[in-house]
Design a protein around this ligand. Structure first.
Ligand code: PEP
Ligand code: MG
Length: 657
């Protein structure tokens, strides 16, 4: 039985639609294949399906053989022609496979020299001196043993039981209490790959050919990973890492070994690694970490953001030089200058000990400002809030005394999963955030993603200038299917606290108006469905020159402004924020940028709305007095900066600053 059709699935068959399709296929006993361009693969393997690269408008054939072949072909064709009908969303959602975010791009190693030590990217400020915890999980080498024919059956059984043990372990982790949603997503992704037929079949074939199980797993996974890497799709290429990760776990199970665990890290140790994946990072005892040094990663990588949030000094992007630290017993790191010293000599140890002592004393003294509420002479409270990217960071923000959240970057939520996060999952995340700061505003920014960061379920066009392209509010307005899920989740979460919502990359008033129409549509739908929801104040980021010039008009439409100096600076100065060659121009204190901020502030004051700042400049002690003079009433920053800024404001308002 076979039938052909034209695919109407908007993003093609990868990520979530692939999971749905495979689950549907697995519901039938028949062998089912999907054929595109003469190539046929099993419809029951999401790995093979993703590799087939089926896109919207492709012609495919579904072929089935077995007792229920007619039903199977009809159901799968119906799904391809009308993907939104007849699928049990909840069941698919519960089973679908989120994934670890792809690792940060490698930075070119900077040459060692200058003031000594190894030079990397200063990714999180602070200094540290501590024992080295080298985390370089050994590559598992294929043994390439040739099996005798009578050993093959037993070797296959060993492989099957290793996979079963691994799946059991992953299932246990998933069932365990206290696991964060983000971790759960990563584990679920790995479990699904472990269960996928593509890896299993290819490994069994290799064992049938006489190869030992470990070598067979390595051969099969590297071949499949290679196919993913070769795809012209950043998101799918990144799936190769998931395959590598699961193959490694299967091999360890076969060898009866376990990976070194970061839980064993000593207090104050410097974690040294080639790269730290989300899987490890989710489990790292962050409170015990003295510092982080990685061969990969840059200042905007996931590791860097987490390190900054927790006030852990970090130097990343050392390249191959990181291997020089593997055998060191101690390391000193300067996260401000981006330098690392392996086994520092007495003079360096002394210097670092003094710097650390001074920093510790300052940190201790700053704790006195944790609960301070900065007030201007006229009594107006200045909110010193936190920038967060994940729920794991709430604790650090509360411990720092953050007065709410001035920017919750929702991108990570989307990048961490192999599918678009569901409305329920998003609503729970935003509600948890709102509940965590019952006395303060929590500002959630709608999805701000561009062509440089892949997320599952959205195909980004190749762009010459991604920073001037299809990102932020522009992408969301073009994709109401994605935007509405987020807005519905925000409306639902608003019931649980003082939630506010802000739009990124706004450059025209019409973007706000169009968003409002969608919000009203979502609210009406929720009302009709009898789902509890509440309205929220809507604000915009001021991060494009257009938003500055249009500020008077924007101020009439929204409840607040928040200045995004990271982008505003790059656009005002026409200096790419990621390009070190123009780093000196990329400075928020430039008079042109300061004039832009002042212009936006005047528009906000004239319209009687609040203006705050969530770009990195909000924590710059040299600029804070200016921002306060301009009338900004909220400064939002990494939690590690909160107490220092509160201290500065208290001195400023008491006349001491
Ligand atoms: C900004 O541009 O200043 C900002 C806060 O947003 P992001 O850094 O996430 O682009
Ligand atoms: Mg920005």
């Amino acid at each position: 039985m076979e039938r052909s059709t034209i695919v109407r699935v908007q993003e093609g068959l990868h990520a979530r639609p692939a999971t749905r399709f495979v689950r549907l296929a697995k519901g039938f006993e028949s062998d089912v294949e999907i054929v595109k361009g003469g190539k046929a693969v099993s419809a029951k393997s999401s790995v093979k399906l993703m590799l087939l690269g089926v896109k919207e408008d492709d012609e495919v054939t579904i072929r089935a053989e077995g007792a229920d072949s007619i039903e199977a072909v009809e159901a799968l064709i119906a799904y391809l022609e009308n993907p939104l009908s007849g699928v049990d969303e909840a069941a698919v959602e519960a089973q679908s496979a989120p994934a670890a975010p792809s690792s940060a791009p490698a930075n070119r190693p900077a040459p060692a020299g200058g003031t000594g030590g190894l030079k990397g990217v200063p990714a999180s400020a602070g200094v540290a001196l501590g024992p080295v915890f080298a985390h370089f999980p050994a590559q598992i080498a294929p043994r390439n043993e040739t099996l005798a024919p009578d050993q093959i059956g037993a070797e296959k059984a060993l492989f099957e039981s290793a996979v079963a043990r691994l799946q059991e372990r992953l299932d246990q982790s998933l069932a365990a209490d206290g696991m964060q949603d983000s971790d759960r997503g990563i584990v679920a992704a790995l479990r699904d790959i472990a269960a996928d037929d593509a890896l299993r079949d290819e490994t069994l074939d290799a064992i049938d050919g006489g190869l030992d199980a470990v070598s067979a797993v390595i051969a099969a996974s590297s071949r499949l990973a290679g196919e993913f890497r070769a795809l012209d799709d950043a998101y799918l290429s990144a799936r190769a890492e998931d395959l590598d990760a699961i193959a490694r776990q299967i091999c360890l199970a076969l060898l009866g070994q376990e990976d070194a665990r970061l839980d064993d890290i000593a207090d104050g140790a410097i974690l040294v690694a080639e790269d730290i994946g989300a899987w490890d990072l989710a489990r790292a005892p962050l409170k015990r970490l003295g510092g982080v040094v990685c061969g990969h990663g840059g200042a905007t990588s996931h590791v860097a953001i987490i390190a900054r949030t927790h006030g852990i000094p970090a130097v990343l992007g050392l390249g191959d030089a990181v291997h020089q630290l593997r055998e060191a017993s101690e390391a000193a790191i300067d996260g401000n200058a981006g330098r690392v010293f392996a086994d520092p000599d007495d003079a360096a140890r002394k210097r670092f000990a003094e710097m650390i002592g001074a920093a510790d004393r300052e940190k201790e003294a700053l704790k006195a400002y944790k609960d301070l509420v900065p007030r201007r002479a006229d009594g107006k409270i200045i909110q010193v809030a936190a920038n967060l990217g994940a729920l794991e960071e709430i604790e650090a923000a509360r411990e720092a005394g953050a007065m709410g959240v001035g920017l919750f970057r929702t991108e990570l939520l989307f990048m961490r999963h192999m599918h678009l996060p569901s409305e329920d999952m998003q609503a729970e995340t935003y509600a948890t955030l709102a509940r965590a700061f019952p006395d303060h505003p929590v500002i959630v920014r709608t999805l701000d993603i561009g062509g440089d960061k892949p997320i599952a379920g959205v195909e980004f066009p190749e762009e010459e200038n991604p920073f001037l392209g299809w990102r932020g509010i522009r992408m969301c307005l073009d994709r109401p299917d994605i935007f509405k899920v987020q807005l519905r989740a925000l409306l639902r979460a608003a019931v649980h606290g003082n939630l506010q919502v802000m739009l990124p990359m706004v450059s025209d008033v019409s973007e706000v108006r169009r968003t409002r129409v969608i919000i009203e549509e979502c609210a009406a739908e929720l009302a009709a469905e009898g789902v509890a929801h509440a309205d929220f104040p809507l604000g915009v980021m001021i991060e494009t020159p257009a938003a500055v010039f249009a500020a008077p008009a924007l101020a009439r439409e929204v409840a607040f402004f928040s200045v995004g100096t990271n982008d505003l600076t790059q656009y005002v100065m026409a200096a790419d924020r990621l390009n070190p060659a123009v780093a000196t121009l990329n400075d928020a204190s430039h008079p042109a940028v300061m004039a832009a901020i002042e212009q936006a502030a005047q528009a906000a004051l004239a319209a009687g709305i609040e203006i705050g700042m969530c770009g990195e400049a909000a924590a710059r002690s040299d600029l804070i007095p200016e921002f306060i003079r301009m009338g900004l009433t909220e400064l939002s920053m990494s939690p590690a900066s909160v107490q220092g800024v509160k201290k500065q404001l208290s001195e400023l308002f008491s006349g001491a600053g």
